[in-house]
Design a protein around this ligand. Structure first.
Ligand code: UDP
Length: 468
């Protein structure tokens, strides 16, 4: 992947002098400690999902600090990603598709990573720092360590309480993680059970306020973007809609969203409730449809937009098509009147910056942002909504609990399966705009304090310098 270089100084107006000084100092320390060695990130998806989102922006700041940060994406076939998705669900504490993690899966996992290793090893030198993200590339650790690289495994997923499925997933992964010298996790509970706590660093993710996903957008551009792609409509002609790309160059929204709806899109003035997620069981998009249709009074005039990537758009997510189809079935079962206020949207992924700008507009237009996940590694969609000062209703799972204190930065759902409670929380925000605004403001403040890139970079810098 090509990584641009960006100057961290552009965060200065948001983070102030002291934080700026800290991040610059740590960048210098890390630069000196690395002494020209590369920092190579390896994952399995170029776009669509939290890891790709973060690497895009964070690595550009690392490069901007003069560090040779790179990003490689491994490839695999359907069977490989079926296996890694099973491991991924396992680490979240669930069976996934219920399939096995046996000898056949092991051999195939090793074979695919062996093929990738040929390409990867061409760019790795002794002493380089390698960050392997999530289970997909974990099997490269041994060969990288044998070549003299310092291998760090960064696991973005996990489960608060271990169970038989987490144990099964760890058992599969353990032999491959032999070569790993350090672990990075989003929450302490996500560390491998055998890991020495001294070798574990907890680094929560962050967002980039200047990326196309989070950059400021006027209300006019928000309306034009959503009007152009078809997510909000008043039937009028839309002019060209501009946005700034990751590298700062001008972009233009060209593509439309694939939208399943009965009747017209939501009118611009209708309160919008949104969830933006990959089509993944854990995101419980079906539950969002049911909770909204059954427990949010139609007289409030709200519409629900569930948005996810087009199902061919995320290479390492073989379940997406199935989950989308289940959502469509659930949507078709709704009575006609309910169906016409629920919209399922697949966003175009061909141009990641364009896609990000569409999500930005959707999040900014939302009256309420929901994230009704059954499990969550961190939940970047929550951080993104916090940054945009949106009132949020989210499940009290995984990293969401770290981000939101219930009643202070949003509303948390103790039981993600409680559809009536979910509907009540949304309705309360729709009917009490003052409270919704207060929660949104608090959320934005917290995102500024805790979840911007400088904090993340300082933690990374100390890790690279061996001083964490
Ligand atoms: N996302 C997106 N388009 C989509 C669905 C998700 O750009 O159609 C982005 C979303 O804005 C966020 C990331 O993908 O930046 C999802 O990260 P999160 O941590 O919420 O969940 P993950 O997908 O990593 O489980």
């Amino acid at each position: 992947m090509q990584v641009q270089a960006a100057d961290i100084a552009r965060l200065a107006p948001l983070i102030g002098v002291e934080r700026m000084e800290t991040v610059e100092h740590v960048a210098e320390v890390a630069h000196a400690a690395l002494a020209g060695r590369a920092v190579i990130n390896i994952n399995s998806a170029a776009a669509g999902g939290g890891v790709a989102e973060m690497l895009t922006s964070l690595l550009s700041y690392v490069r901007g600090a003069g560090i040779d940060a790179r990003w490689l994406v491994i490839s695999g076939d359907h069977a490989f990603f079926e296996t890694t998705k099973r491991i991924h669900h396992g680490l979240y504490g669930g069976p996934g598709d219920g399939g096995p993690l046996g000898e056949f899966e092991r051999r195939h996992y090793e074979q695919v990573l062996h093929e990738n290793a040929n390409e990867v090893m061409a760019v790795v030198r002794r002493g380089d720092v390698i960050l392997l993200h999530d289970p997909q590339p974990a099997g490269l650790a041994r060969v990288l360590a044998a070549a003299g690289a310092r291998v760090i495994w960064r696991c973005h997923v996990g489960c608060d309480v271990p169970n038989e499925w987490t144990r099964r997933a760890w058992e599969f992964l353990r032999p491959y993680l032999d070569g790993v010298s350090e672990y990075v996790v989003s929450l302490p509970a996500f560390a491998p059970p055998w890991a020495d706590p001294a070798g574990v660093t907890v680094i929560p993710p962050s967002i980039d306020p200047f990326s196309p996903k989070n950059q400021p957008m006027s209300r006019r551009t928000v309306h034009m973007t959503l009007g152009y792609v078809g997510l909000v409509g008043d039937g009028s002609h839309r002019p060209d809609v501009p946005f700034a790309r990751c590298d700062g160059s001008p972009g233009r929204i060209n593509r439309h969203a694939d939208i399943l709806q009965t009747g017209p899109p939501p009118p611009p003035e209708a309160p919008l409730v949104i969830q933006v997620s990959r089509w993944d069981h854990q995101k419980d998009m079906e539950g969002v449809i049911a909770g909204f249709a059954e427990h949010v009074d139609p007289r409030l005039g709200a519409h629900l937009v569930l948005a996810g990537p087009i199902v061919t758009g995320v290479a390492d997510d073989p379940e997406a098509r199935v989950v989308l189809e289940q959502c469509i079935v659930r949507w078709r079962q709704l009575p006609h009147a309910e169906r016409s206020r629920v919209h399922l949207a697949c966003l175009p992924m061909a141009d990641p910056d364009e896609q990000a700008a569409i999500v930005n507009a959707l999040q900014r237009h939302a009256r309420v942002v929901v994230q009704k996940s059954l499990a969550e590694g961190f939940g970047l969609t929550v951080t993104e909504a916090m940054w945009k000062a949106r009132p949020i209703v989210a499940s009290a799972v995984g990293g969401i609990v770290d981000q939101i204190i219930d009643g202070e930065h949003g509303l948390l759902l103790g039981d993600p399966g409680d559809l009536a409670g979910f509907g009540r929380a949304i309705s309360s925000l729709l009917t009490d705009p003052q409270e919704a605004e207060r929660l949104g403001r608090n959320a934005q403040l917290r995102a500024t304090e805790e979840y911007l890139g400088d904090r993340h970079l300082v933690q990374y810098g100390l890790l690279f310098a061996g001083a964490h």
